[in-house]
Design a protein around this ligand. Structure first.
Ligand SMILES: NC(=O)c1ccc[n+]([C@@H]2O[C@H](COP(=O)([O-])OP(=O)(O)OC[C@H]3O[C@@H](n4cnc5c(N)ncnc54)[C@H](OP(=O)(O)O)[C@@H]3O)[C@@H](O)[C@H]2O)c1
Length: 215
């Protein structure tokens, strides 16, 4: 996020907050996870590939008997996800779309050739069941990479073990831009602090790691 807590601006182009070193650390982090989840709005706005960029890391995963990329996961309530997104068209990995029963048939008709579509919850995805389903598929370590709504959902539900917060050395300063999280009721507040487990400089960025596990 920016110094003032934003994760994008309001332009049509994706705002690059990370520097080269931070992008590399995130690539390393991705390579150690089983799956990566972003919200449907991030897919529509940024059209990210969500793949492992480093050829060495891809080769190391293959040598360990793993796919070169980690599984890609998204959630949608509306079901409005285009099959042409790079989420579906790139990556050597499974792709899983979670949606509620309300749009299940439509999402399956549109995407089931490209991804596993899992329907859970009546009008919104039940996050605990999503995590149980991922675990049942053998995915144990999930990296949640935005955007604001998705960060807020998982943090408010107390379903996050660890937060890696990278702070870029500039301001966005636009109240209409998306923030790291939206207003909400978070389990960690003034009466219940998270544990800072690491704090480092990554070029001109500060990277903080917090644990939300009970001590
Ligand atoms: N700097 C960074 O690290 C970073 C990373 C990622 C994203 N971003 C930025 O974040 C912004 C997007 O964030 P955002 O908050 O607008 O969107 P988001 O969190 O990416 O996605 C929100 C979408 O997730 C779906 N959703 C939310 N709750 C759900 C539930 N309970 N069940 C099922 N689906 C659910 C809905 O999709 P439907 O609308 O389809 O129903 C909702 O619109 C973009 O500007 C992007 O560039 C920044």
């Amino acid at each position: 996020m920016s110094l003032d807590g934003y994760i994008d601006d309001t332009s049509n182009n994706r705002l690059l907050l990370s520097n080269t070193e931070d992008f590399d650390q995130v690539d390393e982090l991705r390579a150690t996870c089983d799956a990566i989840l972003v919200g449907a709005e991030t897919l529509r706005v940024d059209n990210p590939r969500l793949i492992i960029r480093s050829e060495e890391r891809r080769a190391a995963r293959i040598a360990r008997g793993l796919p070169a990329d980690i599984a890609k996961v998204t959630i949608t309530k509306s079901g409005n996800i285009s099959p042409n997104l790079r989420f579906f068209t790139t990556g050597d990995c499974s792709k899983i779309v979670y949606c509620p029963d309300s749009c299940c048939a439509r999402v399956k008709a549109a995407l089931s050739d490209l991804a596993t579509v899992v329907c859970t919850g009546s009008h919104k995805v039940d996050l605990r069941r999503l995590l149980q389903d991922l675990e049942a598929r053998g995915f144990r370590r999930l990296l949640i990479e935005g955007g604001s709504h998705v960060h807020t959902l998982f943090l408010e539900a107390g379903l996050v073990d660890e937060l890696r917060l990278a702070i870029a050395s500039f301001f966005v300063g636009n109240e209409h831009a998306p923030r790291f999280v939206q207003p909400g009721t978070f389990p960690h507040n003034a009466a219940r602090r998270a544990t800072l487990i690491d704090c480092s400089s990554v070029g001109d960025m500060a990277v903080l790691r917090y644990s939300f596990k009970e001590r």
